[in-house]
Design a protein around this ligand. Structure first.
Ligand SMILES: [Zn+2]
Length: 247
């Protein structure tokens, strides 16, 4: 089974807050847990957060995770002009590529007009994870030009649900199962003026549940993939007509 863990590294709970507690406190906790469990993940940073927290970007890379782009400062592509959106993506990549190669992208709020596949392709991105099955995207893993779409499976709050409840959801997901969460979910958000679904089980409970999710898949001998590895895997599936992986 193929699992992808991903984290969208942005300021706290956009658009409600502008603080960065998630990055300062939550991100190191996520990285500690992944190191303990020996699992790699993809971290989609906004360029603005990478610029402000360069040591954490370096830690992500040094520990073998993948660095991807989550746009410049969490601008929603569906609310920008085409020129404005392209400029934000280009600026984001310019900053993030000072740290490492960047080939994967996720649009803020998973709002991604198809027009932008061309923009990503032009800018050296070959994996996108901006579409969401839980938002009605039904095409599965698929190439748009030379960009492979690897859609997110569930919304981030699913992995904060009580374990027995979320387990039922996991077992119904098609492969690859692509999870995402945000560093701010791993600090206590209960007192903030944000939507209720952004608050419940945030903080240490979220971290325990993430640990539980990882163990659940390890027991099933699932493999954890980076976004860029997913591209390589998909290419070989197409070339070798390998069976056994239904998108
Ligand atoms: Zn985001």
């Amino acid at each position: 089974m193929m699992i992808i863990l991903s984290f969208d590294v942005e300021h706290d709970c956009p658009p409600y807050l502008t603080t960065t507690k998630g990055i300062e406190e939550g991100l190191p906790r996520i990285l500690d847990l992944l190191a303990e469990k020996r699992v790699k993940a993809t971290f989609f940073f906004t360029a603005e957060m990478a610029r402000r927290f360069p040591n954490l970007v370096r830690r992500v890379i040094d520990e073998g995770h993948e660095l991807g782009s989550h746009n410049y400062n969490h601008e929603r592509l569906d609310r920008l002009s085409k020129e404005g959106g392209e400029k934000a993506i280009r600026k984001s990549l310019e900053i993030l590529r000072q740290y490492s190669e960047v080939v994967s992208f996720r649009a803020p709020n998973l709002q991604f007009p198809d027009y932008y596949y061309r923009v990503l392709e032009k800018n050296g991105i070959f994996v996108d994870s901006s579409k969401a099955r839980y938002k009605g995207y039904r095409k599965g893993v698929k190439f748009f030009g030379n960009v492979l779409e690897v859609p997110a499976s569930t919304t981030s709050s699913v992995i904060r649900l009580p374990w027995r409840l979320q387990k039922l959801i996991h077992s119904r997901l098609s492969e690859p199962r692509v999870y995402f969460a945000h560093p701010w979910e791993f600090v206590r958000m209960q007192k903030e003026k944000i939507r209720w679904d952004c608050k419940f089980n945030t903080g240490s409970r979220a971290l325990e549940l993430l640990g539980e999710l990882i163990e659940y898949y390890k027991k099933q001998k699932a493999r954890f993939f980076l976004m860029r590895e997913c591209y390589e895997k998909w290419e070989s599936l197409i070339n070798n007509q390998e069976l056994g992986w239904k998108a």
